[in-house]
Design a protein around this ligand. Structure first.
Ligand code: T3D
Length: 265
């Protein structure tokens, strides 16, 4: 894949390292705020990353000083007149494409992540935050409710009470606080953010793709199941993982005392 092979205008989609794709929100003058065209491009990029087997991990980040300031409150005045429709037709497809990726996804939060930008970071499997990052709920300050997936991901990550505290008081979280609250997986000085994220992405890119996808789906679904339901799901998914070529490769690598080479089959 060459850099921005698809001619995106609002994002950059490229291979950051072998096996690791990177999507950069690229409207730095507007703090990478979302517009309809940008959300459509993100949807397309996530779908492409899902289809290309050489992509084993995806990073999402922002150009310039911000990760993303949420919905662009200036770009299209009509867009903020019918929020239900905007969410349904632009955010939902983007979030569905991200969810359907089934590969490890990391939000590299290089600066402020506000409103739907905060939500996008939550929709990734992991967050690596710059020590200068700020997670800003934003919705409460403009009398909105959390959207673009925040109502789903935030309480699951930090619990209902802390999620309500954040949104109810419109309190911002720094990178360090996000780490302490279990919202960020790593925090790094700004100048080491990329290095730390790539090292983490490289570890994740070695995971057996099918087993990772099944594990991720299982962890999301078991939150809504009782123990019997969770055991049933484990049995079903382990049946699938156990029938894969990667499982045979894992056993062979163990016997031969070498690192496994997983192919996602
Ligand atoms: O359609 C729908 O609306 C439904 C979907 C809703 C989802 C949402 O995301 S709603 C929430 C939208 N986002 C916000 O409310 C965040 C608003 N922005 C801020 O609170 C702050 O700007 C930040 C915390 C993000 C950053 O603060 P700071 O101090 O680092 O920067 P700043 O000086 O406030 O902003 C710099 C510029 O970016 C400034 O423009 P200017 O004055 O230099 O011309 C500011 O207006 C602009 N900017 C910041 N956020 C947005 C934005 N422009 C358009 N849209 C934004 N969201």
């Amino acid at each position: 894949m060459t850099q921005n092979a698809t001619n995106f205008e609002n994002i950059v989609y490229e291979m950051a390292a072998p096996g690791i794709a990177r999507v950069t929100l690229n409207r730095p003058d507007a703090l990478n705020a979302f517009t309809g065209p940008m959300l459509a491009e993100l949807t397309e990029a996530f779908k492409q990353a899902g289809q290309v087997s050489e992509v084993r991990c995806l990073m999402v980040t922002g150009a310039g000083r911000a990760f993303c300031a949420g919905q662009d409150l200036r770009a299209n005045p009509n867009a903020i007149k019918d929020l239900k429709n905007v969410l349904e037709t632009t955010y939902r497809p983007m979030l569905a494409a991200l969810e359907a990726l089934k590969k490890p996804t990391i939000a590299m939060v290089n600066g402020v992540a506000a409103g739907a930008g905060f939500s996008l970071s939550l929709a990734c499997d992991f967050r690596v935050a710059s020590a200068k990052a700020k997670f800003v709920p934003a919705f409460g300050k403009i009398a909105l409710v959390p959207d673009s997936g925040m109502s789903y991901y935030l309480p699951r990550l930090i619990g209902v009470s802390r999620a309500l505290e954040l949104v109810g008081t419109s309190r911002d979280l720094t990178g360090e606080e996000a780490l302490a609250w279990g919202l960020a997986n790593r925090v790094a000085p700004p100048e080491q953010l990329e290095e730390v994220t790539l090292a983490f992405a490289n570890q994740l890119a070695q995971a057996a793709p099918l087993a990772y996808a099944l594990t991720r789906e299982m962890f999301h679904r078991t939150a809504r199941l009782d123990l019997t339901g969770a055991l049933t799901l484990e049995e079903e998914f382990q049946g699938q993982a156990g029938a894969s070529e990667d499982f045979k490769e894992g056993l062979a690598a163990f016997e031969e005392k070498r690192p496994p080479k997983f192919k996602g089959k």
